[in-house]
Ligand binder design. Structure first.
Ligand code: FEO
Length: 385
């Protein structure tokens, strides 16, 4: 695949993976992107996952022909991109490895060598000329590991953005970008909003016409759309006016309340309502939705004097990703002493700028006239502002 006259795609699609990073389902697979810039000097941009070494090297050879690579630029040391550095270095002994100082320390840990005799350490604003192509490096710590650098090709106006602007999904499957890019960003980079904002500020002064991420499609058109979403996500602002109801239910009574609230919200004209069963749905999708919508309703059972385990896990995912700037409401169920709302509120204590709904819904085992009226009042309140 040709990105520009001199830049080629040499990445691979993975349809065998069960869980990306050991936890995220990837129904449409995963792409590990890698690129080559062919100039007087040839630069390879990152490697791919260990399971695809041969396919990647075949792609590389197909582009190189008789040429030899002069540089391997390593933007990120997570093994989905770095696994083949040592193999590349062995195959191409004259090539120089280019990366950040922190990345070379990680190479020692992964490969037992930091390539001291054949490395180029680069940092903020450093440049490298390939002949026609002038490359500039920028640090992007914690987007999403500390060693990350991004590379800007001044000649073709291409940003090699590392994990930023990546998504789940292989490139041979057509799907909406935002859905899987959001789940990827919130799940994987979500904790590091401030650092992503710092990267966006650096990118804002560059004339970027193409973004080449390490996952997902190369972005060539309407870049403002992608940058605007990244800005919203990394500044923890809601993307969609609407309500996300996250629930757990043991015998169906809490579920009934969650669905009844959703129906009431829809009946009152609430613009968007999403409902997630935390025990049965994809937890990463639920976490994504919590960050997407402006309002969150937490409905759960009291369990061992605490909250139901899936709700505890869900709230932990939110707090570790700096959940903030949202309206939150509680529906608690308890057959004898409901404590779930108090526990959930306690778990959210450290979150910035949360507004709690005035209406709490308390269910004693099953919905009755009182709790149904509370549900209706909550729907009214959530629709009002
Ligand atoms: Fe795609 Fe953070 O590795």
């Amino acid at each position: 695949m040709k990105i520009t006259n001199d830049i080629r795609y040499i990445g691979v699609n993975d349809h065998e993976l069960d869980l990306f990073e050991g936890q995220y389902i990837v129904p449409n697979g995963m792409a590990y992107n890698s690129y080559v810039i062919v100039d007087e000097k040839v630069a390879v941009m990152d490697t791919v996952d260990a399971n695809f070494a041969d396919a990647w090297l075949d792609n590389l050879r197909a582009v190189l022909g008789d040429k030899q690579p002069d540089y391997l630029i390593v933007s990120h040391m997570e093994p989905d991109h770095s696994a083949n550095i040592a193999r590349f270095a062995e195959l191409y002994p004259a090539a120089v490895i280019v990366s950040s100082a922190v990345a070379f320390r990680m190479m020692s840990n992964y490969f037992g060598t930091d390539f001291a005799a054949r490395r180029l350490v680069v940092g903020e604003g450093d440049a490298l000329s390939l002949g026609t192509h002038e490359l500039a490096f920028y640090t992007a710590p914690m987007v999403h590991w500390p060693e990350v650098i991004v590379t800007y090709d001044r000649t073709d106006k291409v940003l090699f953005s590392a994990d930023a602007f990546g998504k789940f999904g292989a490139l041979d499957v057509e799907e909406d970008w935002a859905c899987e890019a959001r789940r990827y960003y919130i799940g994987i980079v979500g904790k590091f909003g401030a650092q992503t904002q710092a990267l966006l500020k650096k990118a804002a002064v560059l004339d970027i016409q193409t973004i080449c991420p390490l996952h997902g499609p190369v972005l060539t058109e309407n870049l403002e759309y992608y940058i605007r979403l990244y800005d919203l996500w990394s500044s923890y602002q809601p993307e969609t006016e609407g309500v996300m109801i996250a629930y757990t239910s043991v015998y169906g009574n809490t579920k009934k309340a969650a669905l009844q609230l959703a129906a009431a919200l829809r009946a009152k004209g609430c613009p968007k309502v999403a409902v997630n069963d935390l025990a049965r749905g994809d937890m990463a999708e639920a976490v994504e939705d919590a960050f997407r919508y402006s309002k969150l309703v937490l409905a759960t059972t009291t369990y061992n004097g605490d909250v139901f385990p899936f709700m505890r896990e869900f709230l932990h995912h939110l707090t570790e990703r700096n959940f903030q700037n949202r309206t939150v409401a509680f529906i608690e169920n308890g057959s004898w002493t409901p404590t779930a709302a108090k526990v959930m509120k306690g778990m959210l204590e450290g979150c910035k700028n949360l507004t709690y709904a005035q209406t709490d819904v308390k269910i004693l085992a099953a919905l009755n006239a009182d709790s149904a009226a509370q549900l209706d009042a909550l729907a009214e309140e959530l629709c009002a502002d």
